[in-house]
Design a protein around this ligand. Structure first.
Ligand code: KIV
Ligand code: ZN
Length: 510
């Protein structure tokens, strides 16, 4: 039996992660991610901030009622309305946690809250007591703790533990801390707060200086027993501590940290892909652990070393984090079962209708392209899997661009039984002209905030994947389109964003 400490993993992808610009998720997507997170083995899932919006409320309620195997947590500020709303969302959850927070740093006290230290302590205690009146499992976060005077931090922590908090989370809200300093904050709390053994100490680091993982590990080194993190490190501004990185650091350097987590590390890559597909936030190629190049050895000396003895240049095995051993090639003659099996290995459980749609697209692609790699399949699955009802579809298009001519686009789109054609000889280029023509037909005017094209695999016949961020009525929406023709992929991406807008409008009016 190991006497090592077990570090709890508190995942906040659905709450802090969703605060990444453009990463909003619908209810079904949140429930799906929550399921993937339980399969991954996280201990706590923060599913939302129930007072913030009806969507957040529903997400906490649904995730709480549909997810087994992890504690489900809802966030609340330190006031009665927030806490009551959080409990309203959580009350049917078997294993629930209320997470209350209140800023403690001088800068927040003075400029944001206009409260004295004594008033802060009083409100924090009242908030924790109210949460405890509903639920045994209560977490308190002194927001901006990393910039709070240590004496005051110790007082608030002691008072909130006395009031019944079972977890004390230390946030570095603005990503200002350094590893040594973060370690010192935790060490001070461990040494100076008399009742500290009655609560789990947690850490929640933002990545503004790129130090979130390092700061979290420093906190663990000084006694923190819970890490708050998100999949792929997504979150407010530069994001949060990346779950996959912190978990693999603890596992790979067990000799140093002498502790472990309950994460099933082979689920890291599939979960990362799922989150990236749903949020539309791409994982950079060189991202540690889950990036496409994380295990690719380019230098001849490294390749030579690897062939002689893998551990010369490799500290983790790709299969330990869930990279498939081979990039299996599917082709024209591959059947539905082979496709479903491969998609499953890549992290996507396709069922019935989804499998049929992906299979149809796969067959069309196999006519154009001899070999279909994992990247192609992922692009097809992403396109179909979390999609919105297709109210508008593309029937045909003609787009032209020349150095001495105005860009031109002519589109025919279908909605229900009707087809509509419009042309636009306008814009800065063919893509802009395609936007204009789509807007003329659908009547929906979009502001394009981001436009990215990437190829799914190597080769000139690879699929082109377009990801768009657009704004409509002040709200961000994303769109994704896939085709071997990048103009077609773009038009499909625009229509995908428009269909998402229509779906959201319908959900809101309901
Ligand atoms: O960054 C932060 O301070 C937070 C708290 C709500 C924990 O997200
Ligand atoms: Zn945060």
């Amino acid at each position: 039996m190991s006497a090592e400490r077990r570090i709890k993993i508190f995942d906040t992808t659905l709450r802090d992660g969703e605060q990444s610009p453009g990463a909003s998720m619908n209810l079904a997507e949140k429930v799906e991610i929550a399921q993937a997170l339980t399969d991954l083995g996280v201990d706590v899932i923060e599913a939302g901030f129930p007072i913030a919006s009806p969507g957040d409320f529903e997400a906490v309620r649904e995730v709480g009622m549909n997810t087994r195997g992890a504690t489900i947590c809802g966030l609340a500020r330190c006031n009665e309305k927030d806490i009551d709303r959080a409990w309203e969302a959580l009350k049917h959850t078997t294993d629930a946690r209320i997470h209350v927070f209140l800023a403690t740093s001088a800068i927040h006290r003075e400029f944001k809250l206009r409260m004295t230290p004594a008033e802060i302590t009083e409100r924090a205690v009242a908030g924790v007591r109210r949460a405890v009146s509903y639920c045994d499992d209560v977490e308190f976060s002194p927001e901006d703790a990393a910039r709070t005077e240590l004496d005051f931090l110790c007082q608030v922590v002691e008072a909130t533990i006395d009031a019944g908090a079972t977890t004390i989370n230390i946030p570095d809200t603005v990503g200002y801390a350094t590893p040594e300093q973060m370690g010192k904050v935790i060490q001070t709390l461990v040494n100076r707060v008399p009742n500290i053994d009655q609560a789990v100490l947690s850490v929640h680091c933002h990545n503004d200086l790129g130090l979130a993982v390092a700061n979290s590990l420093a906190a663990v080194g000084q006694g923190a027993g819970q890490i708050e993190c998100t999949m792929n490190g997504i979150g407010e501004r530069a994001g949060n501590c990346a779950l996959e990185e912190v978990v693999m650091a603890i596992r790979t350097r067990n000799d140093y940290f002498q502790c472990h987590t309950g994460i099933n590390t082979e689920r890291l890559v599939p979960t990362s892909r799922l989150v990236s597909s749903i949020t539309g936030i791409q994982v950079q190629r060189n991202k540690a652990i889950v990036g496409r190049n994380a295990f690719a050895h380019e230098a001849g000396i490294h390749q030579d070393g690897m062939l002689k003895e893998r551990t010369t240049y490799e500290i983790m095995r790709p299969e330990d984090v869930g990279f498939a051993k081979t990039d299996l090639v599917l082709g024209k003659h591959s059947g539905r079962a082979a496709l479903a099996d491969r998609a499953k290995q890549l992290g996507f459980h396709l069922t019935g209708e989804q499998l049929q749609t992906v299979f149809n697209e796969f067959k069309k692609l196999a006519d154009k392209k001899k070999e279909i790699y994992d990247g192609d399949l992922l692009a097809l699955v992403r396109q179909q899997y979390h999609d919105v009802p297709e109210q508008w579809t593309l029937v045909s298009f003609q787009v032209s661009s020349a150095s001495d001519k105005q860009p031109y686009a002519r589109l025919t789109l279908r909605r229900g039984e009707n087809e509509f054609t419009e042309e636009a000889a306008d814009g800065d280029g063919p893509i802009d002209a395609a936007f204009w023509a789509t807007e003329k037909i659908t009547g929906i005017k979009l502001v394009c905030k981001d436009y990215q094209v990437r190829s799914s695999t190597v080769g000139r016949d690879a699929l082109g994947e377009v990801n768009l961020d657009v704004e409509f009525n002040g709200q961000s929406y994303r769109g994704r389109g896939v085709s071997t023709d990048t103009v077609e992929a773009t038009i499909k991406g625009i229509l995908n964003a428009i269909n998402r807008i229509l779906m959201t409008q319908e959900e809101t009016s309901e």
